[in-house]
Design a protein around this ligand. Structure first.
Ligand SMILES: C[S@@+](CC[C@H](N)C(=O)[O-])C[C@H]1O[C@@H](n2cnc3c(N)ncnc32)[C@H](O)[C@@H]1O
Length: 371
């Protein structure tokens, strides 16, 4: 199949567009910025570039991406839905994903990314407008797709301006509507660190098992610990600040009320999984983590580290941060700005790829056809 379009769309956090541009200037220097709104950026490819349908965009800041087919705009939603299908021409569609561009930064003004009633309503309209001859079963809407399935993307840039795209699901985030997993907390969350870690675990697929010992640097008040405890882990929380009483009351939790640097290394000797979520500069977090994992008696198998980016320009340093983590003996290291992150990214590190529960399937990195 030919490349469906010489335009691509990317969905990102509200306000992260500059970080995305900094990143793409490095990894995709021949892509030209096209239309851009907070949380939504489109790109024009040179005519000579033909991307594989399931190419890997290798981006930290793009939540999801696809080929951009154009937009429909107007006041009547039914009319807009009718205008969607002609843009698809002969492209197959197994799923319909519709989402709204983020309206603000996650965690601000009560906003969290993910499914909205408006997006679901639009998805139903688009499904109902599908030409009858193509319908053998109702097309699933806003569900996680399987790898290889063809997806019609509709981004509600404004309620009356829909940008239509198409992609083939490959990596896990490209299977989620808008690159955002559906997280449904089992109980009342202590704070949104719960959401952040739930997404990090789903994205990273760390092969953790019930009963494993985890340590978290920057554990107070305890949303992340709450999730780990719910999943049957033992948790060592390191933080000079106070933990929530609910967490302290759990016998599977121990609190060391100190900064990471003040804790004896022997406290970490049985720790298998290390988490860091301290509100300090990235190099400070990495110093604290290195002092633990570089110790010969400590055998941390994998880590999820939150690196704060107080300035977006720090996006330039991400490759250096990842190289530093690799230098500690972690062979499989990658980063993503999670949908539930704020101005920060999540770094996942595994000592050995074979420890992953599943071997990665799908596209080769940045594979191009005839480029
Ligand atoms: C964003 S909050 C952590 C939220 C937490 N992960 C949760 O689940 O609720 C950042 C925390 O980092 C802690 N912190 C900052 N520097 C630290 C250090 N050097 N060692 C340990 N904790 C630190 C702060 O006290 C603060 O509680």
């Amino acid at each position: 199949m030919n490349t469906p379009s010489q335009y691509l769309f990317t969905s990102c956090q509200y306000g992260a567009e500059n970080a995305l541009k900094i990143e793409f200037a490095e990894i995709w220097p021949d892509w030209r910025l096209s239309y851009s709104r907070p949380g939504f950026v489109t790109w024009k490819l040179p005519e000579s570039v033909k991307l594989a349908l399931d190419f890997d965009i290798r981006s930290v800041f793009a939540r999801t991406h696809g080929f951009s087919l154009g937009k429909v705009a107007g006041e009547q939603a039914n009319g807009l839905a009718d205008g969607v299908w002609p843009l698809l021409e002969e492209l197959p569609v197994d799923h319909i994903h519709v989402w709204q561009r983020d309206e603000t930064v996650p965690g601000s003004k009560g906003f969290e990314p993910g499914r909205t009633p408006l997006a679901d309503e639009v998805a139903v309209l688009i499904r109902d407008a599908r030409p009858v001859r193509a319908q053998d079963r109702p097309t699933p809407i806003n569900r996680t797709a399987r790898s290889g399935e063809a997806i019609l993307d509709c981004v509600l840039v404004e309620p009356n301006e829909w940008w239509i795209g198409w992609h083939r699901a490959a990596t896990l985030p490209t299977r989620w509507p808008g690159g955002v997993p559906l997280i449904e907390p089992r109980t009342e969350m202590i704070n949104r660190a719960y959401l952040k870690l739930a997404e990090a675990l789903r994205w990273s697929q760390l092969p953790m098992a019930k009963g494993d010992l985890c340590a978290e640097i920057g554990s107070a008040p305890g949303g992340a610990a709450q999730l780990l405890l719910e999943r049957g882990m033992y948790v060592l929380g390191v933080d000079p600040a106070e933990m929530d009483a609910l967490i302290l009351a759990n016998p599977a939790f121990a609190h060391i009320r100190a900064r990471a640097a003040e804790v004896k290394r022997s406290e970490f000797s049985r720790v298998r999984w290390l988490f860091a979520d301290a509100n300090v500069a990235p190099n400070h977090t990495l110093d604290s983590v290195e002092a633990i994992v570089a110790h010969e008696d400590i055998h941390v198998r994998g880590m999820l580290l939150t690196l704060k980016l107080p300035e977006w320009d720090l996006a330039r340093q991400i490759p250096t941060y990842l190289e530093r983590v690799r230098s500690w003996g972690y062979k499989h290291v990658r980063a993503r700005q999670l949908a539930f992150n704020r101005q920060e990214i999540c770094v996942c590190a595994l000592r050995n790829r074979s420890m992953r529960r599943f071997k990665p399937k799908g596209p080769k990195r940045g594979r191009r056809k005839g480029a």
